[in-house]
Design a protein around this ligand. Structure first.
Ligand SMILES: NC(=O)c1ccc[n+]([C@@H]2O[C@H](COP(=O)([O-])OP(=O)(O)OC[C@H]3O[C@@H](n4cnc5c(N)ncnc54)[C@H](O)[C@@H]3O)[C@@H](O)[C@H]2O)c1
Length: 364
């Protein structure tokens, strides 16, 4: 109505349409004889977002956050797993195998996808158990996604990890740019992803964005990484008061609560290009050892008893950063974490107790 008035009025109307990572914003400039005014019409239209590997630890929560922001139908969750009824009822879900380039192409075209959030991967401990599959999923799959993003001019997010560092890297703190040389196939594939993404950005202008996450803690089942103990301990300790930890008590690793992790992803995806000095950033919130986590948990579960039996994951953890330096992310696009160890533990205790233990459920 207002627009119609403006169009038929005495002022001249100029419609400006800007492309912002596939997101269209329309601004109408109305010039009257006395003044010049700017009107935004109909808000910014939402990007259409495809999440690959969406039924893992991060995917469903990420879809919830983005659907809350952009609307249910703007976010398509995908994986190769048969979804639960709850997933199907919560918004669009489709089958997408990242090893099938044509299949991915069809999805991007049919759904007019603007952003890909590429979560599919085999994590560190699982990757060591099946190296050829990890090479296929983590490297060949990534090639498909990057090439597709280039062809269709998509904004693409690929998470990297503290596992992209190795025994030659400085561990406390680990800066954004330093020696990497990881010793797991997971880490090697993530360094490859970082480098090929940066290369496509410089060579073809691909809008590649990558955050190196620390261990992410949430009540959803983790996918077989080295930091999984920091999720499992809540379930075991609240159920039985006991936990056997596969890392030594003094193994310090960087960690983050899932809300911080996904907020960092969203803030980074919407950060203006000109603020990004680089395409790959470290982000973190805290660092702790199993012993420090147990001490904090003991405030909620005084009877807790934890024993330690290190396995093959100890060697992986010993080659990873202990403290992650994320000052570049804080400086360039304003990253700030909200959850420290104390807050994280009380939230996790409440969540796991109310939503799982009291209902007789587990997260696996
Ligand atoms: N969870 C963490 O602590 C953490 C930390 C750092 C980085 N990351 C990264 O974040 C991403 C998501 O992690 P997550 O913990 O949710 O992983 P996850 O292991 O829980 O989920 C990965 C998903 O990928 C899917 N997948 C496997 N093969 C596939 C294929 N061929 N096609 C499509 N999907 C396939 C799996 O079915 C699974 O649901 C990964 O890339 C991981 O490296 C996670």
């Amino acid at each position: 109505m207002i627009l119609k008035k403006l169009l038929t009025g005495s002022g001249s109307v100029v419609g400006l349409v800007r492309q912002l990572g596939g997101v269209t914003t329309t601004t109408t400039v109305v010039k009257t004889s006395q003044q010049q005014r700017f009107f935004s019409i109909g808000k910014k239209s939402s990007p259409k977002i495809l999440i690959t590997g969406g039924l893992g630890q991060l995917g469903t929560e990420c879809a919830k956050l983005l659907r809350g922001t952009y609307g249910e139908d703007s976010v398509i969750l995908s994986d190769i797993i048969k979804p639960s009824e709850e997933i199907v009822n919560s918004g669009p879900y489709i089958f997408a195998d990242i090893l099938d380039f044509k299949g991915l192409q069809k999805i991007v075209v049919d759904h007019r996808v603007d952003w890909i959030i590429h979560f599919s991967a085999l994590l560190s401990a699982i990757g060591e158990q099946n190296v050829p599959l990890a090479v296929r999923v983590n490297i060949e799959g990534l090639h498909n996604v990057i090439e597709l993003a280039k062809q269709y001019k998509l904004r693409v997010f690929v998470p990297s990890t503290i596992g992209a560092f190795g025994p030659d890297s400085p561990r406390n703190p680990t800066p954004n740019v330093t020696i990497q040389r990881p010793r797991t196939i997971y880490g090697v594939s993530k360094v490859h992803a970082e480098l090929i993404g940066e290369y496509y950005h410089h060579k073809f202008g691909l809008d590649f964005r990558c955050l190196r996450f620390p261990g992410v803690i949430s009540s959803d089942p983790p996918g077989g990484g080295t930091t999984d103990y920091a999720v499992a301990i809540f379930f075991e300790a609240l159920k039985s008061g006991k936990y056997e930890c596969y890392l030594k008590p003094d193994t310090r690793l960087p960690m983050m609560y899932i809300d911080d992790c996904l907020r960092s992803l969203h803030e980074f995806m919407t950060a203006p290009e000109e603020k990004l000095e680089r395409r790959v950033y470290n982000v973190t919130a805290m660092s702790f050892t199993p012993e420090e986590l147990v001490n904090e948990l003991a405030k909620h579960i005084p009877e807790i008893h934890v024993s330690y039996r290190p396995d093959s994951r100890q060697a992986i953890a010993d080659s990873w950063p202990q403290v992650f330096d994320d000052q570049d992310a804080r400086r360039d696009w304003g990253w700030q974490h909200q959850y420290d160890l104390e807050k994280l533990v009380s939230l996790m205790v409440k969540d796991v107790r109310e939503n799982y233990v009291n209902k007789g459920l587990s997260n696996v």
